[in-house]
Design a protein around this ligand. Structure first.
Ligand code: ZN
Length: 192
């Protein structure tokens, strides 16, 4: 298992729609294990594949450190789709791709979700509270969205300095980050 560097705001892979996964392979199984290792090393409770630079519709979640979720089996969600939403709640979110930023976000409080597990078996569950919150945050990543996209223009203006620094790779985290040079993408052919 490897701990992989985490991609941060606003690297292109985090703004792109991720690709659906169609088959179970050894490399998928390795990727899932590496994602759990990377997430736990960073003390995260959820991680999307594009946060480690892989544009795939895959996310892992582990809430078992929380008392109310201590019997919770870590989840692997492949090609997740939110089918239903109920209610509304406010919660302060953070993101491994936005180190040092935490803001309150309003989201539905309960959801229905269908996905494939790590062995490509179909699963359909209902989730509420923290689990619903984390799933929605991760599914957003798979669609190229950050939690800060929900903030008001005023709140965004207050974060502008931090975000600009982040774009240049000027931030600190106690887990490995992908350097900015890593996420500029390949240079295209020279044009005249
Ligand atoms: Zn995140």
């Amino acid at each position: 298992m490897s701990i992989l560097p985490i991609y941060t705001f606003d690297q292109p892979v985090l703004r792109k729609e991720t690709k659906q996964i169609t088959e179970d392979t050894d490399s998928l199984q390795h990727l899932v294990d590496d994602m759990f290792a990377t997430m736990r090393n960073a003390n995260g409770i959820g991680l999307a594949a594009n946060q480690i630079g892989k544009s795939l519709a895959l996310t892992v979640i582990d809430l078992s450190d929380f008392e109310e979720y201590k019997h919770f089996e870590p989840l692997v969600l492949i090609n997740p789709v939110i089918t239903d939403t109920h209610g509304e709640s406010v919660f302060e979110e953070g993101c491994l791709s936005l180190p040092g930023i935490r803001e309150e976000v309003v989201r539905p409080d309960a959801i229905g979700i269908k996905f494939l597990d790590r062995y490509m078996r179909e699963v359909e569950i209902e989730a509420d509270k923290l689990l619903a919150r984390v799933i929605q945050h991760e599914v957003d990543h798979l669609h190229g969205k950050y939690f800060i996209d929900y903030l008001s223009a005023f709140k965004m203006s207050l974060l502008k300095g931090k975000l600009n620094k982040m774009k240049k790779g000027e931030m600190e985290a106690d887990y490995p980050l992908a350097p900015p040079s890593d996420h500029k993408g390949k240079k295209g052919p020279v044009a005249f």
